[in-house]
Ligand binder design. Structure first.
Ligand code: UTP
Length: 297
């Protein structure tokens, strides 16, 4: 029988250099999309998919993340005294049951694969999800929920897949899959950041995974790969050749790469437009600024 996925790993130990100087003191995952930090979107998605144990892989300078999920007694008391019950409710999503959240340190940024491996003792012998909070996905059914549903049918390992333009393939882990229009795609291989023109398909892995505990074993054995980093992709490729039980999952939804400035700005506009209290004003502003730009051309 397939075991239920109840644990999720959130690797947040990267340095976030694309957002310097902001990330000198603010963890990338705390940066705000409208009024919620990126990490809140990932936690909400994980909760909706049935995750009950949240494991953060952190590094030096990420203290703001731990504080974010703690109680804020003074703030709560002050809001309560002022009768601001709506604001108090907003804080509800940020609190976690005691013991539901754990933090492990990645002492050196040796790569995403190494970060996931740092959680091995907390994962033990169970399947687990991995969510990268800088990939934010807008979807009617949250992406991880879609994957959990598909995983209930297939078991094995499941990786969110998204089509990318050929010139972008060398920035992603690319899946080797037979041509298919289906959602669940059996993978024959996977390659991290392929040299231009050598990609086996146009399907890229993005930051949602359901993985079997064997992946931890591969991560402990593989050598550093692309960019000198321990690559999660390489551990997945090992699993494909040993067990052929890895699937790409073509999810339904819009992914924003909030690890890049352009992606973060696009997400800000899209999420702002989707907010009932902001959408109309923001749309009016965007229309007028675009009209001004066109008039100036
Ligand atoms: P990125 O490739 O976006 O790297 O990592 P980064 O350091 O966060 O950002 P840039 O490229 O310097 O701007 C993808 C995910 O893997 C995590 C990151 O925190 C992010 O969630 N990661 C990466 C680690 O946890 N440890 C690492 O050693 C590398």
């Amino acid at each position: 029988m397939k075991r239920k996925v109840t644990k999720a790993v959130f690797p947040v130990a990267g340095m976030g250099t694309r957002f310097l100087p902001a990330t000198k003191s603010v963890p990338k995952e705390i940066m705000t999309l409208v009024d919620r930090p990126l990490v809140q979107y990932a936690i909400d998605e994980a909760r909706a998919a049935g995750i009950t144990e949240f494991i953060f892989v952190t590094s030096r300078g990420k203290g703001a993340l731990e504080d974010y999920f703690d109680r804020a007694p003074e703030l709560e008391a002050s809001l309560k005294a002022k009768g601001k019950t709506e604001l108090l409710k907003v804080l509800d999503d940020t609190t976690m049951d005691s013991g539901a959240i754990a933090y492990v340190r990645q002492h050196q940024a040796l790569g995403l694969g190494h970060a996931v491996w740092c959680a091995r003792h907390l994962i033990g012998d169970e399947p687990f999800a991995v969510l990268l909070p800088d990939d934010v996905i807008a979807a009617e059914t949250p992406c991880l929920q879609q994957m959990v549903d598909a995983y209930a049918q297939t078991g094995g390992n499941m990786i969110a897949a998204m089509e990318v333009a050929p010139e972008m393939a060398s920035s992603y882990g690319i899946m080797d899959v037979p041509p298919s229009i289906g959602r669940v795609l059996p993978m024959q291989g996977m390659v991290e950041k392929p040299a231009p023109g050598t990609q086996p398909s146009n399907l890229a892995a993005i930051g949602r995974y359901i993985l079997s505990p064997q992946i931890m074993r591969h991560l402990g054995e593989i050598a550093p790969g692309a960019g000198g980093e321990v690559q999660l992709t390489d551990a997945i490729a090992c699993e494909i050749s040993e067990r052929q039980n890895v699937y790409g999952y073509r999810f339904d939804g819009q992914r924003y790469d909030c690890g890049s400035k352009a992606g973060f700005l696009q997400a800000t506009v899209a999420f702002g437009l989707a907010r009932p209290e902001l959408g109309e004003e923001l749309e009016g502003f965007l229309r007028s600024i675009m009209a001004q730009r066109r008039a100036a051309e």
